[in-house]
Design a protein around this ligand. Structure first.
Ligand code: MF3
Ligand code: CO
Length: 277
């Protein structure tokens, strides 16, 4: 959607802040021995306490209904993993925690892949490059740019580092529903594709495989897996397109100023990107 009023922007911001708060709490719980079912139940409880709803649970795709509060995808699971009792996290795993909530009629959606204990240097690099690619892409979510400007930046960063960008799944517009136009692919050509406009609410979400971009579906009908069974990573923010600098709305707890957060993040990741405005 394109937020025309300050009120709409405030509601997207509120939904984003809540989605980020849930994500933060769940990521802090990740440790060896925890099952993805327990983590998902905790997510459901936190949402209940906050008076918000999951935008995943009950989500329909054809005749299938998504059963979990959150999407929890371990190792070679790329996206849309379901919390299950016998999936126990162990040292060296990675888990993508994807939290998507509805508050006051608006959706906030964000994801982070976190290590379980200590991971190998190559897996740590996969997480880092995927997070970097999110920021390299989202800084291009500017008025009058096109979705190809975002996608091209993401893809180049990932491929320059020798990893594989997934093309089967894309980011999306967001608003009163989870998936709106335009699609935000993590690949593309500069200057190509749908036009971005000031006030547009979008989700930028690179999904990156270690080696092959090929995807296969699990038997549960939801979980997407890396065909080569190597680890996969996923980072996502909900954003508002703007003129000088785009606005991240899924700000983690303790952060209130979107541009300050973005600047600190670019510094933390040592990304040489100048923001204007
Ligand atoms: N962040 C995910 C997405 O944008 C949330 C999916 S909800 C599900 O696709 F129900 F489809 F899993
Ligand atoms: Co999303």
């Amino acid at each position: 959607m394109i937020c025309k009023s300050f009120k709409d922007k405030e509601r997207i911001r509120a939904a984003g802040r809540s989605a980020a708060a849930v994500l933060d709490r769940l990521c802090a719980m990740v440790e060896p021995g925890l099952s993805t079912w327990e983590l998902d139940e905790a997510g459901g409880e936190i949402m209940k306490d906050m008076g918000i709803k999951s935008a995943c649970k009950g989500y329909r795709s054809g005749y299938r209904v998504f059963p979990s509060y959150t999407c929890l995808s371990v190792n070679d699971e790329i996206v849309h993993g379901i919390g299950v009792k016998d999936r126990i996290l162990k040292e060296g795993d990675v888990i993508s925690v994807d939290v998507c909530i509805r508050e006051d009629g608006f959706v906030g959606d964000n994801c982070r892949t976190v290590p379980v204990g200590e991971v190998s240097p190559e897996v740590a690099r996969l997480l880092r490059v995927t997070e970097e690619s999110l920021y390299v892409g989202l800084v291009r979510a500017l008025h009058k740019n096109r979705v190809g400007d975002i996608g091209n930046a993401v893809q180049r960063h990932v491929e320059d580092e020798g990893f594989a960008i997934i093309t089967n799944f894309v980011g999306h517009g967001v608003g009163r529903t989870l998936h709106e136009d335009p699609q935000i692919p993590n690949y593309g050509k500069p200057g190509a594709g749908a036009l971005l406009r000031k006030g547009m609410a979008i989700c930028v979400e690179p999904m990156v495989n270690t080696k092959s971009p090929r995807v296969r579906m699990a038997k549960d009908g939801w979980t997407a897996l890396a065909e080569d069974q190597l680890p996969s990573a996923h980072f996502e923010h909900t954003m508002l397109v703007d003129e000088g600098t785009p606005e991240i709305v899924t700000l983690p707890p303790g952060h209130h100023h979107a541009t300050k957060f973005l600047k600190a993040k670019l510094e933390q990741l040592s990304l040489p990107i100048e923001l204007d405005g």
